[in-house]
Design a protein around this ligand. Structure first.
Ligand code: B12
Ligand code: SF4
Ligand code: SF4
Length: 346
């Protein structure tokens, strides 16, 4: 299924970072086809391009396949009129402000480790599974609204297993809605906590399309966006809801390196979410640039019927992050060994 065993050597590739918009170069040490670019086309479908191992960004330039028009950071105009799948995902909704505490008149900017520790303990007590820190970048904005504060605290909460155990329909959707409501309430509580301690805040509600929350989670190095389009984290795999608090806190413990980039490589060998989708919202196509995954959002019943099949069949959900990482590391070591043996024979 994937571009393996083409016998290529270490080659320099490049990809556009979805969040920073900066072109990054990296070395590809085996042929797992981990070349990755995202483009969007005018019908609103999202694509993840799996380049064949001999492809480089420059080789694709001008080939007509659309790779050179990397528009993943542009706003998708079809989404501005609603996501098109008859869902209640929050495109046109205003969420009531549940804050109990006003923003302070004199806002604080510096934060010490002791405070962060206390904040995290409180967040975990409320049901938050992972917390990440990053800064706001205009590219993650997906609405006309404004983000007022430069730093972001990203929060994830595990999805209730009931959503996964219930087949798509009204009941599953009601569990799904309840999860968004629950995380919304927790986010407001945490925002109040920060305000009480002198920091100003603005909330990105989990069901609201203010900023791209999955991309924000990836930018905070909490995980990586997998082929399903969902953020995969060690704590929950893809089965989580995400929210964020924008704040004035300046010296947050931002993680510089994302330790989860290997997930891209794993996804290229897997593709289970594509097979699991009953609506053919995720489809794989062969192009001149290799395999590509397209997301047809108006086919997706995730937010209208609480569908979660692409989550349930993901090995990060069924087996867990640590198990998959060990397996992946073993495979990479084996491929490396094979390559070294080949070099010795030559
Ligand atoms: C609108 C919306 C939808 C729409 C369209 C989403 C879309 N993928 O474009 C529909 C109704 C189809 C939808 C479906 C689902 N959604 Co939704 N959705 C949103 C919402 C409100 C806005 C997303 C958005 O418009 N981003 C802006 C556009 C321009 O970004 P984008 O370039 O399209 O990039 C997004 C995706 O397309 C994806 N992506 C990027 N490139 C590619 C490439 C491929 C091949 C694929 C498949 C996806 C993909 O990553 C980005 C994630 O937002 C967010 C909340 C938020 N504020 O982020 C939740 C959100 C993305 N959804 C979420 C979830 C869980 C789901 C569902 C599983 C439904 C469910 N049962 O909850 C399905 C999953 C579908 C899928 N496989 O991606 C979670 C994701 C959690 C995570 N682990 O990452 C979010 C973050 C909500 C939350 N607060 O937790 N959703
Ligand atoms: S939520 Fe369901 S319909 Fe949407 S992409 Fe996932 S499996 Fe397909
Ligand atoms: S099912 Fe496989 S390809 Fe899809 S997101 Fe999970 S690991 Fe990646």
């Amino acid at each position: 299924m994937k571009d393996k065993d083409c016998g290529c050597e270490k080659i320099e590739k490049s990809r556009i970072n979805k969040v920073s918009g900066i072109e990054e170069s990296y070395n590809d040490s085996d042929c797992a086809g981990d070349g990755f670019d995202e483009v969007s086309n005018c019908d609103g479908a999202k694509k993840t391009l799996k380049k064949s191992c001999s492809d480089t960004q420059s080789q694709n330039d001008g080939c007509g396949c659309g790779l050179e028009e990397n528009k993943s950071l542009e706003k998708d105009s079809s989404l501005e009129e609603g996501c098109g799948s008859g869902c209640s995902c929050g495109w046109d909704k205003e969420y009531p402000d549940l804050s109990q505490v006003e923003n302070p008149l004199q806002m604080k900017h510096r934060v010490d480790d002791g405070f962060i520790q206390k904040f995290e303990e409180y967040a975990h007590k409320l049901g938050i599974s992972s917390i990440g820190y990053t800064s706001f970048h205009p590219e993650i904005l997906i609405s006309d609204k404004k983000v007022y504060y430069p730093q972001a605290i990203v929060l994830t909460m595990p999805m209730d297993r009931k959503i996964m155990e219930t087949p798509p329909g009204e009941e599953a959707q009601s569990y799904n809605d309840a999860a968004y409501e629950k995380l919304g309430k927790i986010t407001y509580k945490l925002s109040d906590y920060l305000r009480k301690h002198g920091y100003s805040t603005q909330i990105a509600h989990p069901y609201e399309a203010l900023v791209d929350l999955s991309a924000l989670g990836e930018k905070a190095s909490m995980g990586l966006i997998g082929e399903s389009g969902l953020l995969i984290t060690p704590e929950c795999g893809p089965a989580q809801k995400i929210s964020a608090i924008f704040t004035t806190m300046e010296n947050l413990p931002v993680r510089q390196e994302n330790p989860h980039t290997w997930i891209r490589d794993y996804c290229n060998r897997c593709g289970k979410c594509i097979k699991a989708c009953p609506e053919k919202a995720l489809i794989e196509k062969e192009t001149c640039c290799g395999k590509e995954v397209i997301f047809i959002q108006n086919q997706c019943i995730g937010c209208s019927k609480g569908c979660t099949y692409c989550i349930e069949d993901c090995p990060f959900d069924t087996k867990g992050y640590d198990h998959i990482k060990i397996r992946h590391d073993k495979l990479v070591a084996k491929l490396e060994e094979k390559k070294n043996k080949g070099k010795l024979l030559n």
